[in-house]
Design a protein around this ligand. Structure first.
Ligand SMILES: Nc1ncnc2c1ncn2[C@@H]1O[C@H](COP(=O)(O)OP(=O)(O)OP(=O)(O)O)[C@@H](O)[C@H]1O
Ligand SMILES: [Mg+2]
Length: 160
């Protein structure tokens, strides 16, 4: 089930990160999908401090495909932009991380390995819009219902 959260400014993306944070637990996988500059890393930057990770440390992995941040839990920040062909060694590393369930795995350009991911992970789709970025979330219906309900409370509170 997919839901469109509208065209969000950066501060609204931060609010959305706060809501998603509450639903995340160790072992969860978050796929970040969208073209260059669409807000994937920005989302990770807003999420990281909520897990006790210094925001300054968040940057897309450049030489490796993965950065590991430790805070209250481990954040695995994967960026597949530079992945040119399926790298079996890297896939094994990812599988191990997924099996360990000792942290949250966030994957930019996850669509590059579309067939690899389990069905029930959280997918965030980013795109450009006039004053920010659109965000669509695809996840199991029960989780999506909670996110949508908290989001509407959050918007209501920010107006009051
Ligand atoms: N909701 C938003 N509204 C306005 N600007 C945004 C929003 N989200 C991100 N930006 C800005 O867009 C720029 C690019 O964002 P970011 O680096 O997060 O994109 P990305 O999807 O990770 O790109 P890449 O594919 O290159 O990794 C940044 O300068 C960021 O501040
Ligand atoms: Mg990025």
């Amino acid at each position: 089930m997919k839901y469109h959260f509208g065209c969000l400014k950066e501060n609204e993306l931060k609010l959305l990160a706060g809501i998603i944070f509450e639903e995340l637990k160790n072992g969860d996988l978050v796929l970040l999908i969208g073209q260059l500059g669409s807000g994937k890393t920005t989302f990770v930057k807003y999420l990281a401090p909520l897990f006790g990770v210094d925001q300054q440390k968040v940057r897309s992995p450049s030489f490796s495909l993965i950065n590991i941040y430790s805070g209250n839990t481990i954040l695995y920040h994967v960026d597949l932009y530079r992945l040119e062909k399926i790298d079996e060694e890297f896939l094994m590393e990812l599988e191990e991380i997924l099996e360990q369930k000792n942290g949250i795995i966030l994957v930019e350009w996850a669509d590059k390995l579309e067939k690899f991911w389990p069905k029930d992970c959280l997918r965030l789709y980013f795109d450009y819009c006039q004053h920010g970025r659109t965000v669509q979330i695809e996840v199991k219906i029960d989780i999506l219902k909670k996110l949508v309900s908290r989001w509407s409370d959050c918007l209501q509170n920010s107006k009051n």
